[in-house]
Design a protein around this ligand. Structure first.
Ligand code: MG
Length: 159
């Protein structure tokens, strides 16, 4: 049995007037992540963890932010595209674990829906998806609510 671990990190600025889509879930918020796609910083970190575990590139090489095809793209579609390729190579996700660091919006009330969304996208049960939320204790740029930072790890199995 082959096991691989992958890590993904992503950060996006938070700006007024953008939808706030995190892990495929739209969260009521006055600010949202800025970016070329829908800027779902959570799914981007997870996608990079899957790519990293299997020795592939990163989300930027798969979906360049200079490519008009990905303007406003649904990041769930990007994740599915990557996971389809990885699955075709024989891999499947065992579990993922995430830490979301943000002052705003408040993440915790939305964690159950985010876990459900991720479990659905990855074809795993809820107990295979960890979503934790914390703040930067108002330290630095993230602490000033200028952005949102996500760390993800994924364990993949083949055979
Ligand atoms: Mg990103």
């Amino acid at each position: 049995m082959d096991l691989r671990i992958g890590q993904g990190v992503d950060v996006h600025r938070l700006v007024a007037g953008r939808p706030c889509v995190l892990a495929g879930v739209t969260i009521p918020s006055e600010v949202g992540p800025e970016g070329h796609s829908d800027a779902d910083v959570v799914l981007h970190a997870v996608t990079d963890a899957l790519l990293g575990a299997t020795g592939r590139g990163d989300i930027g090489t798969y979906f360049p932010n200079t490519d008009e095809r990905w303007r406003g793209a649904d990041s769930a579609l990007l994740l599915r595209t990557v996971y389809d390729e990885i699955r075709a190579a024989g891999w499947r996700v065992v579990n993922v674990d995430l830490s979301i660091i943000a002052e705003v919006p408040k993440i915790t009330p939305h964690v159950p829906r985010m876990k459900e969304s991720l479990a659905g996208l990855l074809g795993v049960t809820h107990d295979a998806v960890g979503v934790k939320a914390t703040t930067m204790e108002r330290l630095g740029a993230i602490g000033r609510a200028e952005g949102i930072l996500v760390f993800a790890v994924a364990l993949l199995q083949r055979g």
